[in-house]
Design a protein around this ligand. Structure first.
Ligand code: ADP
Ligand code: MG
Length: 386
């Protein structure tokens, strides 16, 4: 799960970090009211959307007077922000954060990630903050210093020293920088985060280090332990189909291909996606209806797949174990009654009650193509959408 920058900063404040004062605003007059409460002669208005790269796209703007605050806020709220992270469709800005403008001497970068390659928590820092860190990683990787922290040992002084000296910080700077590293590490562990990214972490002329931007990603599987974080969820920022899928406890991830997949079991879902690609097309989604799905759940799954306009055909691939093939067959029929199915469907049923499932589908009169095995199914659906 992702949260907004202003929420990420609320978390960091709890860990004792100094951050510019900021107030959320939903319209231009709230923005002016917010700015007049914040003691500063420069304000920064920041679009709150779940995507980075706002600065270059016009989602971060400086205002020097209250009139400018009103003017910028009225243009920013309601605008469609398109950044490399929003995709071409962009994101509508519903709220902005009005912040005190900071005096920036230098911009650094720091992130904390759950590093599955090294089985540890990795902290990466760089003197090249503020800009596209992916570019820095490509062009001058030596400018990114990384330390691997063993979770059972925890963050130690030598980790911080390696980061700080690697970036050429002096002792005074290191002392202030270490406060930030400790707070980030502790908040990462406490909240079951999977990633924190601070870009930029700024240094002021009096050597203080302040996070000016903050992104948190949390491990969805650990959210049940953090109701206060779950409350920060903003479903208007999430993919509507994925939100709908969660309600029915379906594992659904939207992708950018044209073949919708309805599968039981994560492994089989992956194999189905692979074989679609092998035959020259791309999957429109990952979908695991799970082991004990009901007809209702299968119907919902169908509706979700069909609500994606990129879907030009659907491949149903079920290996009946706990999940019985007749349940899937009935789900397809119920869904067909509730939503207009205008795309070709190829069905492969195997395992428990497969014969019954095939019979139900055959007698339903629906226009479906049956497949003998996975290879056959993939070939048929790819042909049907080509
Ligand atoms: P994004 O990463 O989405 O572009 P940031 O929060 O990093 O958004 O803002 C982009 C740039 O705007 C920062 O690199 C910084 O230079 C400037 N900026 C952001 N917040 C402030 C602030 N409170 N005061 C001064 N400058 C800021
Ligand atoms: Mg940033």
């Amino acid at each position: 799960m992702n949260i907004h920058e202003y929420q990420a900063k609320e978390i960091l404040r709890k860990y004792g970090l100094e951050l510019p004062e900021g107030i959320l605003a939903l319209n231009a007059s709230e923005a002016v009211e917010a700015a007049s409460k914040i003691k500063s002669n420069v304000w920064v208005l920041k679009a709150q959307v779940h995507a980075g790269g706002r600065g270059k796209a016009g989602g971060v703007k400086l205002a020097k007077t209250l009139d400018e605050v009103r003017d910028i806020a009225s243009k920013m709220i309601g605008m469609k922000l398109v950044t490399p992270q929003t995709g071409v469709e962009g994101k509508i800005v519903n709220k902005i954060c009005v912040e005190a403008g900071s005096d920036i001497k230098k911009e650094y970068y720091i992130s904390v990630v759950l590093d599955r390659n090294h089985n540890c928590i990795t902290i990466a820092a760089s003197t090249e903050g503020g800009m596209d860190i992916e570019e820095v990683a490509k062009k001058s990787p030596e400018k990114i210093i990384a330390v691997h922290v063993d979770y059972t040992i925890g963050l130690q002084n030598f980790h911080i020293a390696k980061l700080g000296f690697g970036m050429g910080l002096n002792k005074i700077q290191l002392k202030n920088f270490s406060k930030v590293v400790r707070a980030l590490y502790q908040s990462f562990v406490d909240t079951d985060a999977s990633q924190i990214e601070i870009n930029p972490l700024i240094e002021t002329s009096d050597f203080k280090f302040i996070p000016l931007d903050a992104k948190f990603n949390f491990d969805d599987n650990a959210l049940y332990r953090h109701p206060e974080i779950e409350k920060m969820r903003d479903i208007t920022e999430e993919d509507p189909q994925e939100v709908e899928a969660k309600k029915f406890d379906l594992s659904y991830v939207k992708m950018d291909g044209s073949i919708g997949c309805m599968v039981n079991g994560a492994g089989l879902a992956m194999a189905t996606m692979d074989i679609i690609k092998l035959h020259g097309k791309k999957p429109a989604n990952f979908l695991d209806v799970g082991g004990g799905a009901t007809t209702e759940k299968v119907t919902e799954a169908f509706k979700i797949i069909l609500s994606d306009h990129n879907v030009k055909g659907i491949l149903v691939n079920i290996f009946g174990g706990i999940m019985k093939c007749d349940i899937i067959a009935n789900g397809i029929i119920t869904a067909a009654k509730e939503v207009k199915i205008s795309v070709p469907i190829v069905v492969r049923l195997e395992g428990t009650n497969s014969e019954l499932g095939k019979k139900i589908l055959k007698e339903s009169g629906l226009k479906l193509e049956a497949a003998n095995d996975l290879e056959d199914a993939a070939k048929k659906i790819v042909k049907a959408v080509s």
